[in-house]
Design a protein around this ligand. Structure first.
Ligand SMILES: C[S@@+](CC[C@H](N)C(=O)[O-])C[C@H]1O[C@@H](n2cnc3c(N)ncnc32)[C@H](O)[C@@H]1O
Length: 355
């Protein structure tokens, strides 16, 4: 008798092709978050958004938008894809690690970065953290060079393109279905709102106020409320005034946590990273650290100072490390850093044990 083509044992159950519920949920989260990010930045459209920046810029309009170098006509955030991915990484990381506190952005413009943070909270079903949305909603303050010499001559306050009303920002939140009581607006210049803001603890502080004064007001008032292990993100490090404020603040407070580069203007650091050991290894310096580890493996293996069993263990970790590094490179996201960190830690411990 020939085997029936319909013998059920030869067919896989259709559920074998379906993701497990947890996996499905994770896939949906990822899809929602990616879609939200690419909508907010307009990366979803391979087309030019109008650029309102009043100075000539080199590069195609599509590239300027992707890099966040323009003042877009339509997009709900000025930041580009890399800075939004960094924000996603920071939010997901503090959620995964249980770093306590709310999230704040100082300098929100149309609200895109704050909408993104609120959307990620929604994707993870987090309802005990708030997103603080701090802005004058009337543009930047005129510079006060007697108090902040680094702001002398700053003309950003004259640009109406940078003044977006609170009502417009609220309407943008509504468009995404994300305006609720987990979103709190702080209207006014930072010097007036931040010192008395009823915020008790923060896990993420994102500074995007362009000027020395705006950056320093954010650092002075919010950094003390940032939890150990939380992230301080600076959008405007390419602007001399902002950079000077960050340098002055870090020097005045003896902050040595390594500052990581996000893209051509964004930087961030993890509070307390210097004292958190391996757990603090994050983001853009990770590939270099991995490469160092791999180089170290080669050196030790070449010198043949390891027992064969140790070499086998180390080799497994090395392969994991190399694969993960490749994943990170090809995906160009920070999503794999947790896996990378674990593999890195395991390989490093093996190397230590082998000495
Ligand atoms: C470059 S835009 C922010 C872009 C925004 N983060 C995004 O994702 O598109 C700068 C914003 O900072 C605000 N701003 C700058 N300095 C400020 C200050 N000292 N007080 C209040 N708002 C300020 C401006 O009103 C403006 O909305």
């Amino acid at each position: 008798m020939t085997e029936s083509a319909l013998d059920p044992s030869v067919f896989l159950d259709s559920s074998d092709f379906r993701a497990e519920p947890d996996e499905q949920l994770q896939q949906l989260r990822t899809r929602y978050i990616d879609l939200l990010r690419d909508t907010l930045t307009m990366a979803l459209w391979d087309a030019a958004d109008g650029n309102q920046l009043p100075i000539a810029q080199e590069g195609s309009a599509v590239d300027l938008r992707a890099d966040g170098r323009d003042w877009p006509q339509l997009a709900h955030t000025m930041t580009g894809v890399a800075r939004m991915k960094n924000l996603q990484f920071c939010v997901e990381d503090v959620l995964a690690r249980g770093i306590p506190g709310d999230f704040i952005e100082t300098g929100v413009w149309r609200g895109g970065s704050c909408i993104f943070m609120r959307g990620i909270l929604a994707a993870y079903g987090v309802n005990d953290r708030r997103v603080w949305v701090a802005d004058s909603f009337e543009g930047l303050p005129p510079p006060d060079p007697s108090k902040y010499p680094a702001d002398a001559g700053d003309a950003l306050y004259t640009y109406s393109q940078l003044a977006v009303s609170k009502e417009d920002v609220q309407q943008n939140f509504r468009r995404y279905g994300l305006l609720d009581d987990q979103v709190v607006f702080l209207k006014g210049f930072f010097r007036d709102t931040l010192p008395t803001a009823p915020i008790s603890q923060l896990a993420i502080v994102r500074l995007d106020g362009d000027m020395y004064e705006s950056t320093m007001d954010g650092l002075n008032n919010l950094y003390p409320k940032l939890s150990e292990g939380g992230y301080l993100i600076v959008d405007d490090y390419a602007l001399p005034g902002c950079r000077q404020a960050v340098t002055d603040f870090r020097a005045a407070h003896g902050i040595t946590d390594p500052m990581e580069v996000i893209d051509w203007t964004g930087v961030y650091w993890r509070k307390g990273a210097d004292t958190l050991g391996d757990a603090a290894i994050e983001g853009s310096t990770l590939p270099e650290r991995y490469e160092n580890l791999i180089a170290e493996y080669h050196r030790l293996a070449t010198e043949n100072r390891l027992h064969s069993a140790t070499i086998a263990g180390l080799q497994a970790n090395y392969l994991t490390a190399a694969q993960q590094l490749e994943m990170l490179r090809s995906s160009r996201t920070l999503r794999y850093t947790a896996k990378l960190r674990d593999a890195y830690g395991a390989a490093k411990r093996t190397i230590r044990r082998s000495h």
